[in-house]
Design a protein around this ligand. Sequence first.
Ligand code: SAH
Ligand code: SF4
Length: 412
Amino acid sequence: MSIALDLDQAVARRPIPKGRPSLVGLMKPELAQALTAAGIGEKEARMRASQLWNWLYVNGATDFTAMTNIGKATRALLADTFVIDRPEIVSEQVSSDGTRKWLFRFRDPQAPLLPPVEVETVYIPEEDRGTLCVSSQVGCTLTCTFCHTGTQKLVRNLTAGEILGQVLMARERLGDFPGGTRPDDGGLVPAPRGSGGSEGDSRAITNIVMMGMGEPLYNYDNVKNALLIASDGDGMSLSKRRITLSTSGVVPQIEPTGREIGVMLAISLHAVRDDLRDVLVPINKKWPIKELLDACRNYPGLSNARRITFEYVMLDGINDSDADARELVRLLAGIPAKINLIPFNPWPGTNYGCSKSDRIERFADIVNRAGYASPVRTPRGRDILAACGQLKSESERLSKKERDALEGAIAF
Ligand code: SAH
Ligand code: SF4
């Protein structure tokens, strides 16, 4: 459907009331404040905020009527004033290896006439864990030449509520909330860990990686709030050691990430020389390898038990020589590090190819001999374009004129 048609419809439907704000993604004090603004007394608001927190993040409630420990009148007030926003599922695909990919659609409740945006979220089940790969932006401002998302212009940042909405919706679909049922469609969900497994976690989603669409450190505040909420002990309680944020190298935001969010860090390194990294990961022109690695050395909380993961995509004939492997080991000396070798995942229109498997093995050997264990990441979900760097959505950026016209229609 063309934008012109959307505009015609928008004008025909005015005036449009602004939507009720969503409670998902508000920090605890903001939640209490929202309740006071709705007319609930301060002391009661604090108590209601804790109850709501439990309903939203422990029980996965989507409806105020389910909140039986909140009085009827207050529930009605809440329902009149707020919503509990979750993304719409546009599609859900299950790969032959059990990987699951959703295309989620978000509408901005404050600007209901703007076209919705869509992002992809991927669930990767393994025997002892289940990892959810979450998007932080619709598209990306960066243009890493081997990445499919990099071919989609940034449409907008996701809000904290939209980042968390991906986790809530995935948990819902995987039967991870109390009373939920596991899907029965061939997709795998990890076996309960029982007493032998670490932390006895039997949830489908045990780990989160901010490795979907977008550069999380270019949407720092929303990513921070979403991850602080996901790791909050009164809510979803995901351990910060099981949350990894991957960045292409936004150096000034690396220290605050460790200090304020405290999650595990992954760096998309991909090249060991600045001239090549300038091409593969163009943000390198702004913050070259030396500055990036200095920021890594100073990452708050870094230790042998909390290592930084360095991601290295294996591109045939580009960055996969023995000399590259040796230089990689030399560069990382002294940084508590893990190395993840990622076989390049092709996407329609790319000129790159994946390194041959004997080349990857040889590269991995050199890295292994330097003391880094099992570094090759098995590609998952390639058949449904769900593997690293294959994510992209159809959402397009509107021109300023188009946005103004739509927002003008709302203001009438
Ligand atoms: N923007 C962030 C996080 C998203 S990308 C970042 O760049 O770190 C997640 C990981 O997938 C990054 O290491 C990225 O470099 C890698 N990646 C991108 N395209 C890829 C592809 N086609 N094949 C394999 N890995 C890819
Ligand atoms: Fe953006 Fe990361 Fe892709 Fe680079 S690799 S274009 S930073 S999503």
